[in-house]
Structures are given as structure tokens and as C-alpha cells.
Design a protein around this ligand. Structure first.
Ligand SMILES: Cc1ncc(COP(=O)(O)O)c(C=O)c1O
Length: 429
């Protein structure tokens, strides 16, 4: 049962056949075997309706914005619809949504604007668990005299050390930058507590929701964060970054911008011509998520309610699949697992896991699996602080297996069988 704006929604179990029919790329083969996409944290697959929306924009409506003719007017509507769709997705107002090339570019733009108001001695807090896109943009502000501190993790299960985080938030802290979920090992952080601790000392908060967005419902109002960023290519959409900011913060800060760009929201943050075709795709991606909610839920009326229902369905399904995957991995001899393994704590993780297998570098493993049609990722996935902290940076990082709601139990069994066989081959050579 999910609750949204006082409405009770009930959902049924994910209909994975129905889901997979929406994604044309899932039908591919590699060397005669079906492709199994375990690369979701690097970028999810895209449903047909997203492909159609992007194609339709380019085929029919391609124009710059602000003109006095049909295709330009249509482009303006598409831009507006994308802001409204993201507002439903994040639970905010449409003018609090800023579009940009990707999360990294938007975060760098925000950090430059925040940096204009910093003075020597101001502190910023980042974490050891995060993607570098939520670290380096803040470290860059050391040239403004700011000092960057780093909250540590507990290496045993790759969870954030909340005592360390709390201890490092002080009166001089101006910004706390935390990831909602770790793209390398799947840990879901207690961002509610991080926001509360930051606000207690008057610091702003920036939440990187890139990895969380395909797995968990975002409600920026409930979270009360000042800023949050995500990328739609991680939640079934095209390559497009999105930044949320509280309206008063977006108006107060001074972004670097052109004179011709108005001071209104969201214009003052959306530099240059936007990617209209991708914006059409973002709306379609959110409509896809809402369709999942409608297909599986009852009592759903608004798009936001449908999104809430969809995440209930995603979570139930992904947790079962993650349980199957993690139990199976832990049984493989010579395998090192990084992250939360206790099923009682699965609410604190996404279905993204990182491993190493004795006898193989992560690259070797990814290549061997890749030849068998199983797509995983190797390296540090730009979670550089974490790879260094875990001591794996110099030896190829880890192998990342990331599930999305379009993966199946059969695919997980296939992956486990391949890993077991690779483990056996390694121990006999
Ligand atoms: C957790 C996380 N944050 C930030 C990023 C960077 O996002 P983008 O590629 O949109 O710049 C990624 C990309 O992998 C990510 O996984």
C-alpha cells in the first residue's frame, strides 16, 4: 500500500512480461544468446514510447523556441510539458526544474554559482561513497578559499558513517553534498537525516539522486533538500540532466549566464538552446513510469499517484530479485562482495552490487560475461573515493551488476551459473 496526498493506492506484483514488451532493445542477441542487461546503473534501457516521442519531435516539431509559427510554438509546449512531467516526478513546481546536458554539467554550474558567495574558511562536506560528479564540483571551490571535508564509510558494508558525517557538519559548513544511493555498491543513504543535520547549522543541501531515481520515489518537498540532481538516462529516458532547486535558492544564487537570458525561472539557469527532442523523451519516460503505476495499481488518478504506485511495484520486484542475486553470489567460492548483504537491511540498498572474483580482474570478468551476452560493468564507475577507500582502485576496481525492473529471475540464474563456472575454472587452473 502506498500513500500519496492522502490517497491509498494498492498495487499488484510486477508483470515483467508486460514490462519487457515495452523495451525493444531487450530482444537483442550476442553470439546466439539473449542479451541480459545488468548495466542499469550505467544507463537504463528505453521503452518504445520514449523512442517514439524523440522521433516524433525530430520528424515534426524540430524548431528553436520562442518563434511565432507552428513548430516553434509546439517546441515551447514540449519544453513546458517536460518541466511539468519532472515536477510530477520530483513533487515540486515546474519552474523549480532546470534542464541541462547532464547531472555533471548542471552540478558544475551550480557549484560555480554557490562559489561566488563563499568566503575563505567556509566548509563543504562531501562523502567517500559518492560518484565524483558529487565530489569534484565541490572540491573545485577550494580555489574560492573553501575547505572540503569528506564523510567516511563503514567499509564492512559500504554504508555511510553517519557519526562521522554528523561530526563534520559544523557552523562553518555551507553545503552538505550527499548521494541518495551509491552507484557503485547500491547503498541508500539516510538523506533525510543528512538534510536535517545540514539545515540545523544553516547549511544548504545537494542530493545526487542519479542512482536512486530508477529505484526509489523522489519527493523533494518531503525531503526538504535545497537542491537535487538526476539524469533521465538512468530512469528509462534519454541523455538529459535535471536539477531541482527550491525556488528561493534558485532566485537568490547568481548563475553565470548570458545577458539575453531572462531572470525568470527556469530560464536564468537554462543556458543556451535546450535539447528539445530529449525533453520530449523525458516526458515520455515519466509517462512510461506512470503507465507502470496505472497497469499495476488501483485507485490511481493523477500522474503523481501513478508514479508513486510504480515505485511500489518496482521496489517489491527489485527486492526479490536482489535477494536471489545476493544469496547466489555469496555462495560462490572466491567471491568478495562489497556492500549490504543482510536481507533485513535490503530497504537500505538498491539492486546494484559490486564484487570481485579470485583469479580474474574485474575487466576479465566483464569481458567473459560480455561474450556470453551478459552486460556488467567493471572499474570504479567514477566512484573514485570509494574505489580508493576499499583499496581496489589500483587493481581494476570491482565488477558491478545492476538490476532494473525489466530484468528477470531467469537472467539472474543465468548470470550466477556463468559466475559459478568461471569460479570453478579459476580454481582448477
Ligand atoms: C550516482 C551518479 N551521480 C552522478 C552521475 C553523473 O551523471 P551524468 O552522467 O548525468 O553527468 C552518475 C553517472 O553515472 C551517477 O551514477
Amino acid at each position: 500500500m502506498a500513500a500519496s496526498a492522502g490517497v491509498s493506492l494498492s498495487v499488484r506484483k510486477l508483470d515483467v512480461e508486460w514490462v519487457r514488451r515495452q523495451f525493444p532493445s531487450l530482444n537483442q542477441e550476442v553470439n546466439g544468446r539473449p542479451a541480459a542487461f545488468f548495466d542499469a546503473p550505467g544507463g537504463t534501457q528505453v521503452p518504445q514510447q520514449v523512442i517514439d516521442a524523440i522521433s516524433e519531435y525530430l520528424a515534426k516539431w524540430n524548431a528553436n523556441s520562442g518563434g511565432a509559427f507552428l513548430t516553434s510554438q509546439r517546441s515551447d509546449i514540449i519544453v513546458e510539458q517536460a518541466h511539468e512531467a519532472m515536477a510530477d516526478f520530483l513533487n515540486c513546481a515546474a519552474d523549480e526544474v532546470i534542464f541541462g546536458a547532464n547531472m555533471t554539467t548542471l552540478t558544475l554550474a551550480l557549484s560555480r554559482a554557490i562559489g561566488r558567495d563563499l568566503k575563505s574558511g567556509d566548509e563543504l562536506l562531501v562523502t567517500c561513497l559518492d560518484h565524483d560528479a558529487n565530489v569534484s564540483p565541490w572540491v573545485c571551490l577550494e580555489d574560492r578559499g573553501a575547505k572540503v571535508r569528506t564523510a567516511d564509510i563503514k567499509p564492512s558494508d559500504c554504508t555511510l558513517d553517519m557519526f562521522d558525517l554528523q561530526a563534520k557538519i559544523r557552523r562553518s559548513t555551507k553545503l552538505v553534498a550527499v548521494g541518495w544511493a551509491a552507484n557503485a555498491v547500491g547503498t541508500i543513504n539516510n538523506v533525510q537525516e543528512a538534510v536535517r543535520l545540514a539545515h540545523d547549522v544553516g547549511a544548504m543541501t545537494f542530493i545526487d539522486a542519479v542512482h536512486y531515481a530508477p529505484h526509489g520515489l523522489i519527493d523533494v518537498k518531503a525531503l526538504d533538500t535545497d537542491f537535487l540532481a538526476c539524469s533521465s538516462y538512468k530512469f528509462f529516458g534519454p541523455h538529459q540532466g535535471i536539477l531541482y532547486g527550491k525556488r528561493d535558492q534558485l532566485l537568490r544564487l547568481r548563475p553565470y549566464k548570458l545577458r539575453v537570458c531572462s531572470e525568470k525561472l527556469p530560464d536564468r539557469w537554462e543556458t543556451g538552446t535546450q535539447n528539445h527532442e530529449c525533453m520530449a523523451g523525458v516526458t515520455a519516460a515519466i509517462d512510461y513510469i506512470a503507465d507502470v503505476g496505472r497497469h499495476h495499481g488501483s485507485g490511481v488518478t493523477t500522474r503523481r499517484e501513478a508514479i508513486v504506485a510504480a515505485y511500489e511495484v518496482f521496489q517489491q520486484y527489485e527486492r526479490e530479485l536482489a535477494d536471489l542475486l545476493i544469496r547466489g553470489l555469496l555462495d560462490i567460492p572466491g567471491l568478495t562482495f562489497y556492500g549490504i548483504t543482510d536481507p533485513a537491511k535490503f530497504a537500505q540498498r538498491t539492486p546494484t552490487v559490486a564484487i570481485r572474483l579470485e583469479g580474474y580482474t574485474p575487466r576479465d570478468l566483464a569481458m567473459r560475461l560480455g561474450e556470453r551476452g551478459i552486460f556488467t560493468w567493471d572499474g570504479n564507475y567514477y566512484a573514485l573515493n570509494l574505489a580508493e577507500r576499499l583499496g581496489v582502485q589500483q587493481s581494476g576496481g570491482m565488477l558491478r551488476i545492476g538490476l532494473a525492473h525489466y530484468n528477470t529471475a531467469e537472467e539472474v540464474h543465468r548470470l550466477l551459473a556463468e559466475l559459478r563456472s568461471l569460479a570453478e575454472t579459476a580454481s582448477t587452473t
